[in-house]
Structure formats: C-alpha cells, structure tokens
Ligand binder design. Sequence first.
Ligand code: NAD
Ligand code: TYD
Length: 365
Amino acid sequence: MKINDHKWERRILVTGGAGFIGANFLLYELPKHPSWLFVNLDKLTYAANPDNLIDLKNSPNYIFHKGDICDRNLLVDLFERYNFDGLINFAAETHVDRSIMDPDFFFQTNLMGTLSLLETARKSMTAGRAFRFHQVSTDEVYGSLEGSGRFSETSPHRPSSPYAASKASADQAVMAYHRTYRMDTVITNCSNNFGPRQYPEKLIPLTILNCLSGKSIPIYGDGRQVRDWLYVEEHCRALELVFEHGNSGKAYNISTGYECENLELVKMICELVDRISGETGHADLIKFVADRPGHDRRYALDASRIETELGFEASCKFEHCLEQTVKWYIENSRWLKNCLGSNYQKYYERWYGNNPGDSDALQSD
Ligand code: NAD
Ligand code: TYD
C-alpha cells in the first residue's frame, strides 16, 4: 500500500522540520500520533543538519521532501498530493547576526515564503473543509524592553533587526489572511529556545562549542542583555497545545519565564563544561567584543494567555535543562562536527572577523 492511500486521521505539512525546533517537534510528535501523516518540507539550508532526521527515517507516518517554501508550483503539487488539513511553518532564516549582514534572504524566506504558503493554502481551501495554518514566530517582533515588564500578545510590533522585521511582517500577513479570508490561523511567539540540535551560531551551542575547542567566547557589549530562555521540549508541548486547541485568529506567547543576563548564562555554561569534562578554566575564554548593531536589551514574555486558555505550564527547571543540553553537545560531537563546514567557517570569519573587539576569535579558527 502506498503511503498516500492509507487512511490518515490527519495530514500535516511541517516546513523547516530539519532545523532545530522543527526536528525536535517531529521527534516529539511522531510517536505520539501514529495515525497522523507528517510531511516535512525543508530546503536543507546550512542550518539543517541531516543527523537531525536519522531517527525518523523508518517511521511509517513520515515523509521528507527537499524544497523551498517560496516554490509555489511545488507547494501546489504537495497540497494536491497530500490534501493537508494543517500546516506548521517553522521554515525560516533565523540568525539575527546573519540578517544584519544579508537581510534579503530573510525577507525572501520569512515573508515571501510565508506568503506562498498562505496563498497556496487559501487556494486549496474548499467549503466545509478544515485547514489550520500555524505560524511559528518569535518574541523579537515586539522589540526591546528596557526596564521591567513583559510583552503580551497585544503589545505592538517594534522589530529591531531585519530578522525580527521579516518575522513581524509575516505575522501580519497571517493575521490579514484570517481577517480577510477567514482562514483558520494561529500564531505562536516564543522566547529564545535552547536544547539539543541547535546550530552553533546561537549563543548557547556556540559557547559550548568554543569551550570544547578552546576558542574565545564572544560576549557582545557589556553582556548584561537579558533573554527569556525556553527549553525546546517545553516549546514543542506548547506548540502541540496551540495547534490542536488554540483559538482561531489568536496569537499565543510561549515562555516559561526564565530570564538571565548573557554573561551570567555563559558563566553557568562554562562551569557546567568544567564539571562534565573534568577540565577547568573555561570561563577564561570569555572575551568582550563590540556590540551587535541594534541589539535588543531585554526580552520577556507574558505567557498568561496560553496558561489560562490552554492550561500550559512549565514542567522542568532551567538549571536541569541547561545541564542536559551541555551533556548532549558533549556526547554528540559527530553532530557538532557536521555543522562545521565551510559555510560555518566563512560566516564566523565574516562576522567575528569584522568585529573589531575580537581578532583572537578569528586567529584561533
Ligand atoms: P533553524 O535555523 O534551526 O532551522 C530553520 C529550518 O528551515 C532549516 O532546516 C532550514 O533548512 C529550513 N529553511 C530555511 N529556509 C527555507 C525555505 N525557504 N524553504 C524551506 N525550508 C527552509 O531555525 P529554528 O531555530 O528551528 O527556528 C524555527 C522557527 O522558530 C523559525 O520560524 C524561527 O523564526 C522561530 N523561532 C526560533 C527561536 C529560537 O530560539 N531558535 C525563537 C523564536 C522563534
Ligand atoms: P542569539 O543566540 O543569537 O539569539 P537572539 O539574538 O535571537 O536573542 O543571542 C542571544 C544573546 O546572546 C543576544 O543578546 C546576543 C548575545 N550573543 C553574544 O553576546 N555573543 C555571541 O557570539 C552571540 C551569537 C550572541
């Protein structure tokens, strides 16, 4: 029997499922829903790691397609072939620093790609047939918080970086499709994720990698910027809740409320690497470098809507999740090695090499 002839209870398109959060989501969801078909469409950019998908290879309810969410012909073909009743859009260019160097890619994939998905879904909508469009977004759409307080879902969009602006504009396109075409949409705006399988350009895996390879750990500006850290598995649980039970047309913030200054976080990671590896002194690698242009000072989310409407609550402690994360990278050196191709080296040299405060980072490459 062909996979498409099977009577699936649900048929879901997951885009960007070979990246960090998408892969964790598929690994979390597939075993829970053997009667749902998951089709993963991913362009396999530098940020996708083939090892992310190894465990899914033989799952009967999983299909992978390599392709671009901007390719409308491909989308039409997939929608016709699988008759999806839902879509979760993870596909994006995601690194703020790369968006500062090359903004075009970000608007192309994050805005125009989302528009292609919206248009294909709209044209495939037929009366009486349910289709849910779930846009995975970020707290960065709200911009920077200077003092206390938290962003709620009604806070205005004030994006700082090209990445954040591309995500905010995509969110607004999704809202417009709900209002104008009555498309069943939900948006989730989550805080900074961490956990296994994150490409080591982001702060936490970059710090672990540089500890392991004895390279300097770059801290932008004074290192007192605050991020609101969310363990990726908690995020996956929240995504499932919103996809299944979220109210149509709404956005939901996702956070477990763990705020930390960058410098403090990096020191915690260095201590964990000291303890787990048995080699001390990793904090000596910390090096202050020039600040990121337009650097947001603080992110913090008010997640009371998802808690009260959908019953979401945090289930694990930050310190424990961070320790598990450090252990995972230490135990999965092959995974890390697969990330360190020429794209990574070129990016590292271009970004940190241009950073006047960090000539050492380059020299030790
Ligand atoms: P990631 O960079 O690890 O992975 C992105 C994936 O999308 C990759 O597999 C890549 O190949 C794929 N992709 C990129 N362009 C594509 C295209 N044009 N067509 C098809 N696939 C394409 O990203 P992530 O950290 O897993 O983030 C997933 C989503 O969550 C993104 O939408 C991001 O904006 C959002 N988000 C991430 C974080 C975080 O901390 N990582 C925080 C808030 C929101
Ligand atoms: P990052 O992981 O890039 O996520 P985001 O920019 O989406 O929050 O960065 C997290 C924080 O760490 C952010 O304030 C920037 C800072 N940072 C550094 O200080 N040094 C680095 O080398 C990187 C990559 C980030």
